[in-house]
Design a protein. Structure first.
Length: 341
């Protein structure tokens, strides 16, 4: 039985439980009197087949993920998966992460197979928690850029979710150009369609588009947006060149991000009292123009409260800036209580 030694302890591999574009996830038993963990490795077989540039990118992604998770304060891990240990194995970085029950993709498949509907309060709770997790990523100065059901983990009671897989993270919230990053089936238009020079210009609002795609997915019982499906198919067949071919197929214009029949299906899946406010949030998140999407997590939180019929809280906690959100006198505000705008 394979034993992996990391910085804080030894881990005994039990079974492979998942995989990603470049990684493999194993369930492993840790030191005595500790819970099992999820060990995340870079796939050795794929590394051997990959070119030098791709190998370097995968190693850098793993190191970035370790660095980001290590930088989090303990109280910021409520809706972000916890890094328990890290180290190197066979010359490649390894992460030991907290082990959770399942992910949203698998859970939704199970619900569909049993023909069960997802309760609206739980659905809205999950979207709210994902919004809080994204707020933390943005607070630390990063763009997540890979929000999808497989990267949202569920606890054993299926009540709480945690964001995982931060290898795609890009530092800087605005304007920094970068290479292709993310998963085509869940991307904002600016992540899939490059600029003229072939690079991509995403921002924190790119994560909000993916949150909208997730919102649609959960409300409609596991359906994907047509826009996202088309992008995914184009990437699968033609890699990044698929973006240009998809534009040609739509007459040179960006395909609609939300079709009217999709909006109708989404609304029909909700109780009448929630439809208008939920559709307003969905349309806002799925705007093709990033500038037209919600500006921050608080705006999304207020719109989620409206869906639930809750009045907006006057003294809310700003998850992106807790000191200001709690309205406490600090040096940052001249030792004066800050009032809501």
């Amino acid at each position: 039985m394979t034993i992996i030694t990391l910085e804080l302890g030894h881990y005994r591999l039990q079974e492979q439980i998942g995989s990603s574009a470049y990684g493999v996830i194993w369930r492993a038993s840790g030191p005595a009197n500790t819970r099992d963990v999820a060990l995340k490795f870079i796939n050795h077989a794929r590394m051997e087949q990959a070119g030098p540039a791709l190998r370097e990118r995968w190693i850098t992604s793993a190191q970035n993920e370790i660095g980001f998770l290590q930088a989090l304060e303990p109280w910021d891990e409520r809706h972000i998966v916890r890094l328990l240990d890290s180290g190197w194995h066979q010359g490649l970085p390894v992460l030991a992460l907290e082990l959770l029950a399942t992910d949203l993709g698998r859970h939704m498949q199970q619900l569909r197979s049993r023909q069960e509907a997802l309760p609206l309060p739980r659905l809205l709770g999950w979207i709210s928690q994902i919004n809080q997790a994204l707020a933390k990523v943005h607070q630390y100065g990063w763009r997540y850029l890979d929000l999808k059901p497989a990267n949202v983990l569920l606890d054993w009671g299926l009540q709480n979710v945690k964001l995982a897989d931060f290898g795609t993270n890009r530092h800087g919230l605005h304007s920094q150009l970068h290479s292709y990053a993310g998963t085509a089936n869940w991307q904002a238009p600016e992540q899939f369609f490059p600029l003229q020079q072939g690079s991509y210009q995403s921002s924190a609002s790119s994560d909000y588009f993916s949150l909208g795609a997730m919102f649609y997915f959960l409300v409609t019982g596991g359906r994907a947006l047509q826009f996202c499906s088309d992008c995914g198919n184009a990437y699968r067949m033609h890699h990044t060149a698929g973006a240009g071919l998809l534009l040609q197929a739509s007459g040179g214009s960006l395909p609609a991000t939300l079709l009217e029949d999709e909006a109708a299906r989404f609304a029909a899946s909700l109780p009448p009292a929630s439809r208008d406010s939920a559709l307003l949030l969905l349309r806002s998140l799925l705007q093709a123009d990033p500038a037209q999407r919600p500006r921050h997590a608080i705006q999304i939180s207020r719109m989620l409260q409206a869906i639930q019929g809750m009045p907006p809280e006057r003294h809310y906690l700003d998850v992106t800036d807790p000191v200001r959100g709690m309205r406490r006198p600090t040096a940052a505000n001249g030792w004066q209580t800050m009032r809501s705008a």
